[in-house]
Design a protein. Structure first.
Lengths: 552, 177
């Protein structure tokens, strides 16, 4: 965990007072709603269908137990005893009163939390692999670089009023769990021929109305150049990104219209003039940031201890959960545990105040007081001793976060949709809920295997439908809710956009269609371990289409 | 609209001259970008000072050759959300080392003052008269900055490495309820 120092704390305290003053000016009428809007957005405050919504930043998805307890406290004190974890590793509160916001922000600040960079046309909360620092397949801890980017982008005087929002994600692992190729900037840490670690820089990825997979404009960027190069990209975008049409304002459109090569050469020219300036990164700066990351003091343990083997033999339910929700850790004797926020029939990503408190306590006892949020809207305990897994499981099971469905068909990503969101065309959560009921049998889910369903209630694609193995997009047709289904999308290192299955289907038929698609896959797969995605890749959407539209 | 310089409201000594009007010799004048570029030799050799109204969608590199003879550049914020002029300001100050007056015009509100100052602006044509007296306060709202810009304020990183501390009142400000 990065530990805030006096400078970080001072800035946050000043930000709380600044916002308190802005809210007071709004309430007194000195600021119009139009003038207040960009200011509240700079603090994560949206006006939704029923109330103000606050999006709280969880930088690169990393939380201490004290921070999670504070989140529980604010959901209890100012909201309705629950919060919603988002695909950007943040937490949303849906029922906030404007007059409560300054005190709420002050409460958050006591735990070094805030709403900065969670909305508005700025560089948003930087995201990374939820397994950063513990994944066996990573070459170094990407959070150091995420923190460097967080500081650089916090209240940046040049880039707080960009043409549109700007999202940066990074990964240092072979397997991309951060979806970097569908971000405005994606950074992949890797080694060059000389054995040095640096970044592949990908730009112009994104979903929404015009989805694009990002283009690599720099195959290898030295670490010293990270901030100057990012600044060059932002400067080119700030000046030349379109501002005439909100739907064409993201950097992906600029990259597309100029072409990746021309865009890269513009960035290169800008970069050459600033690369040796004050933003060039030296070793002392990195060492200083790195020194404020606290790492667990692990015990010397062996893998597969007796306690674990015994529990696996004694309890089939435990064994099933272990196989599904526990992943290998880079330190022997430890494990990474995913907590499913996708129980049958519930809105994906929601956690109650009680669950948050209980998870914070479990993190203190079993995971060096640390919790992670993943973009799949689940939580993670990143450092659990394998011998503690049986005891941990019992307690997770008791609070309802041990459903063994991680990466299975009911582990659905969904946006808030028309239940909350003023942009939505259709509901999204009830579709997810119905699908979890259709596929409630866990044996069936395991028989189906790895399958990610992503649901968005409108074209803005907060539910990442383009990159779902099965993507579901809500559209409005003559006042009715219809849904387009895509197959074969993925957000990892082989990122691809899904292909359209056929004409949109009405709300009542979505779950039937998904069931048919899954049934078709079971028939079409070559062998039980050919996952859905590979079958779609091999046979295309046509055989699925025939099957689905023959029956509907 | 009040003009703020050095924290105070001041009179604007520049007179705006429309596109084709003759430019008086001994007045400080403010001319549009196109006029300056078209008549540079005539305008810049006058005894009076010259200012230029630079639009936010024109590359400031075009202005670079004349900057040593220009006393004022105004950059435009057509609305609060349009941030192109922040980049133009930094490029003028940090790349072309422009030392004259850099003035923010358009929708300029107090919540932008600090961003504008950090980007290199030193004059502010404010949209609301009531915002002008808040200038000094707005400039003191923050004491910690993460990015190096041309305003020369030390970054948090530089202060950490130099071992300087944050003033204690900033630490407690805001936590008192």
């Amino acid at each position: 965990m990065y530990v805030y120092d006096a400078f970080d704390r001072a800035l946050l305290a000043q930000r709380v007072e600044d916002f308190r003053d802005q809210v007071a000016r709004r309430i007194s009428g000195e600021l119009t709603e139009e003038e207040f809007k960009p200011l509240r957005l700079m603090n994560g405050v949206y006006l939704q269908l029923h109330a103000y919504m606050l999006r709280i930043a969880i930088p690169y998805g990393s939380l201490s137990s004290d921070q999670l307890r504070t989140l529980a406290l604010v959901t209890r004190r100012y909201d309705r005893n629950y919060g919603h974890f988002t695909t950007r590793q943040n937490l949303q509160l849906n029922w906030i009163k404007l007059s409560d916001l300054p005190d709420l922000m002050a409460d958050l600040a006591t735990a070094k939390l805030h709403g900065m960079q969670t909305s508005g046309n700025c560089v948003r909360n930087v995201t990374t692999d939820q397994w950063a620092g513990v994944a066996p397949d990573e070459i170094e801890d990407p959070r150091i670089w995420a923190e460097i980017l967080r500081q650089h982008s916090t209240m940046h005087p040049e880039f707080t009023f960009l043409p549109r929002k700007f999202k940066i994600a990074l990964t240092a692992a072979t397997h991309d769990r951060a979806a970097i190729r569908v971000h405005d900037i994606g950074l992949r840490m890797h080694r060059n021929g000389a054995g040095e670690t640096g970044f592949e820089v990908v730009v112009g990825g994104g979903l929404g109305r015009s989805p694009f997979i990002g283009k690599t404009i720099k195959p290898f960027l030295h670490k010293r150049d990270l901030l100057t190069y990012v600044e060059a990209i932002l400067r080119v975008y700030n000046q030349y990104g379109r501002r005439d049409n909100i739907y064409k304002a993201r950097i992906k459109i600029l990259v597309h219209e100029l072409g990746a090569e021309k865009f890269a050469s513009e960035v290169e020219a800008e970069w050459q003039s600033i690369k040796d300036g004050a933003l060039a990164i030296d070793d002392a700066f990195v060492a200083d940031i790195r020194a404020r990351f606290r790492y667990p003091t692990y015990e010397v343990l062996a893998d597969d201890p007796a306690e674990l083997k015994k529990a696996q033999a004694a309890s089939p339910r435990f064994a099933t959960w272990h196989k599904n929700s526990v992943a290998p850790h880079r330190v022997p004797g430890y494990a990474i545990v995913t907590l499913s926020l996708k129980p049958e029939g519930a809105p994906p990503g929601d956690a109650t105040s009680e669950q948050m408190d209980a998870i914070a306590d479990l993190a203190d006892r079993y995971s060096f007081s640390e919790i992670r949020v993943g973009h799949e809207q689940n939580l993670v305990l990143p450092h659990v001793a394998q011998r503690d897994l049986p005891a941990l499981w019992e307690q997770l099971d008791r609070i309802g976060v041990a459903t063994p469905n991680v990466s299975l068909v009911s582990d659905i990503i969904a946006c808030p949709g028309l239940d909350y969101c003023s942009l939505a065309n259709t509901r999204s959560i009830p579709v997810a809920q119905e699908l979890t009921r259709r596929f409630k049998n866990l044996d069936t889910q395991r028989e189906i295997g790895r399958l990610h369903i992503n649901i968005s209630g409108c074209i803005n694609a907060c539910g990442h439908h383009h990159v779902g193995h099965i993507g579901i997009l809500g559209v409005e047709k003559n006042g009715q809710e219809f849904f387009q289904i895509t197959l074969g999308g993925r957000a990892d290192e082989k990122a691809e956009l899904g292909a359209l299955l056929g004409p949109a289907v009405p709300y009542e038929e979505v779950a039937d269609v998904v069931e048919d698609v899954v049934a078709a896959y079971i028939e079409l797969r070559e062998r039980p371990n050919e996952i859905f995605l590979d079958t779609v890749k091999r046979v295309g959407v046509e055989p699925f289409k025939e099957r689905v539209y023959a029956t509907h | 609209m009040p003009l703020i310089k050095n924290g105070s409201i001041v009179d604007d000594r520049f007179v705006r001259v429309l596109d084709d009007a003759p430019v008086p010799d001994d007045f400080a004048v403010l001319v549009p970008a196109a006029r300056l570029l078209a008549d540079a030799s005539e305008i810049l050799t006058r005894t009076g000072a010259t200012g230029v109204l630079w639009p936010n969608d024109r590359n400031v590199a075009e202005l670079a050759p004349y900057l040593d003879r220009v006393a004022l550049v105004t950059l435009a914020f057509p609305n609060f959300r349009d941030g192109r002029a922040y980049s133009q300001a930094r490029i003028l100050r940090e790349r072309y080392h422009f030392r004259g007056e850099l003035r923010a015009t358009g929708q300029v509100l107090r919540d932008q003052f600090l961003f504008l100052y950090r980007a290199g602006f030193d004059a502010f044509e404010v949209s609301k008269a009531a915002d002008a007296p808040a200038f000094i306060k707005a400039m003191a709202t923050y004491s910690v900055f993460y990015q190096p810009t041309g305003d020369g304020r030390p970054t948090a990183a530089a202060r950490r490495l130099a071992g300087t501390s944050v003033k204690s009142h900033h630490e407690t400000a805001g936590t008192a309820r």
